[in-house]
Design a binder for this molecule. Sequence first.
Ligand code: ZN
Length: 265
Amino acid sequence: MVDEQKVKEEIVEIATRCYDHGLLVAGDGNISARVAPNRIIATPSGVSKGWMRPEMMVVVDIEGNPLEPSDLRVSSEWPMHRVIYQARPDINAVVHAHPPYATGFAVAGLSLSKAILSEVVLTLGCAPLAAYGTPSTRELTDAIEPYLEFHDALLMANHGAVAYADTLEMAFNKLETLEHTCKISFIARALGNENTIPDRAVEKLFEIRERNGAMRPEARTGQVCSYTPAISPIGPISMDNHEQITLTRAELVELLVESAKLFQR
Ligand SMILES: [Zn+2]
């Protein structure tokens, strides 16, 4: 039996951390935890994450209907949580925020698709950019749904970021990792060079993360960035045929050379 009071306190702890770390402001974002198949505890609508108390948490079913009397309502962004829980039975916690660097990427039309940090390849993989969808509508859930199976964190165009995991702590860690990686990527780009980890080294990281059970082997090709175009014959997979990608001259030359090698085999 899940101790629901403890879950409410943990949600408040994470809401406070999100607020204190500047991952959201005012009434932004929302956090939820699934405590039974059709019973979810979530942050209420319209209350700043810096002012949350455990008794403010709302208890809802998967459709967002209240299961306990409360003066507060669940967030209007509930459909985002619903679609994640429905798509991923292994997920029991969702953290959605508007972290400045991750949201900056989402506003600039960038995904986090390059293997720049070994720890991130091991723990998170890539974070794709879902197309813009009006919050609280089907547009948004339709935009994120195709990415849910193989990714644990997403950027949402002109909106923010969402991360999800088995536990609240892990979901928060994934969101924090996403934001930290976007910040490092931003700094590397500002310094003029964002080097990536070589394909063969990425393959070794894949082996380690699969051995550790951090990610299924299918994620290698199921994630929108394969990270290893030379190893995956069909190259980086994108769910969005209209997604624009930018390559440096060096990356383009590397891609052409690796493609030529594939034809020589
Ligand atoms: Zn939002």
